[in-house]
Design a protein. Sequence first.
Length: 361
Amino acid sequence: MEKVVTTAYLRSVFSGKRVFLTGHTGFKGAWLLQILHSLGANVKGYSLAPEKSNDLYNQIEGDKLCYSSVIADICDKQKLQTEIVRFEPHFVFHLAAQPLVRRGYDMPAYTFLVNAQGTAYVLEALRSLVPAAVGVMITTDKVYDNPERGLPFKEDDKLGGYDPYSASKAAAEIVIDSFRRSFFNPKDYHLHEKAIASARAGNVIGGGDYSDNRIIPDIVRAIAFGETVGLRNPDSVRPWQHVLEPLGAYLLLAAKMSEDPVLFSTAYNFGPNPEDMLTVEDLTKVFIESYGAGSYKDMAEPGAPHEAKLLLLDSSRAMEHMGWKSQMDAHTAIRWTAEWYADKHHSAHEKCMQQITEYFS
């Protein structure tokens, strides 16, 4: 299959363009910032400060890759609107979120505030923007009401969410659809000139993730301290994907929206092949083998907060509309991730750019 997400194509779309990126200090945001910078885009980031000194954004010296970096709260409506309207972006990628299931249980109201209300604030700011713009709103594969029947979810399936994080992202999808129908209706594009889509992906792995309560960072920390990593949900099945897969999809979607804002203003799943699944325990085994060190043990917690055991996406709409499909299988994604952490000879930015170049060329 011919590759549809290439450096040459993306550079033709993003070079010299103004891109407003929320959540640029986060794990996925830092990777996306590096890609956009390499494509010649002028990126204005808007996010909270990195949580940890060793976060990927600090390691890559992210401030140097930004046209402007604004450290502020996505829930500061006036600040957000001012920064977006003054910048007059051609593209908006909204990644800012409270992204952790476990933290959602600890801080449910905050999770809903950031993920649902914060998304509404971004869309409200776009209403005040005069020039034409493309907005890609990032949610998650966990937005669906999941009875865990083993069937891949399509974009029009019922939204829901057992835990606060998943429910907050489903709420964000409802907010996005409401704004799209009410203020940015594709039928009236000639009046408002705003193209709005949502992108659903999840179970993302890759170098530079140091978040709490995520399997790869947990393994890396255990190896660093000579400890055995404990697996809370060893039998949970996930279609793991490398971070470059959804980021490439977001960029391709934005590019296609700029070409046909009516067709592409909808929701899209971006998931790996549903048949390419591994359990948490399988992932751990592959990572340890690729890294060359580490050990694990089953530490399933009786009475632990609920997390879905099985979650699959049907990405046929993305394939039909834009020719997108996952390029890496799970084993390759895990190997790339392990190699990033195991490489002690290159800087974080060098390691990221090496994989970015290999993926997109």
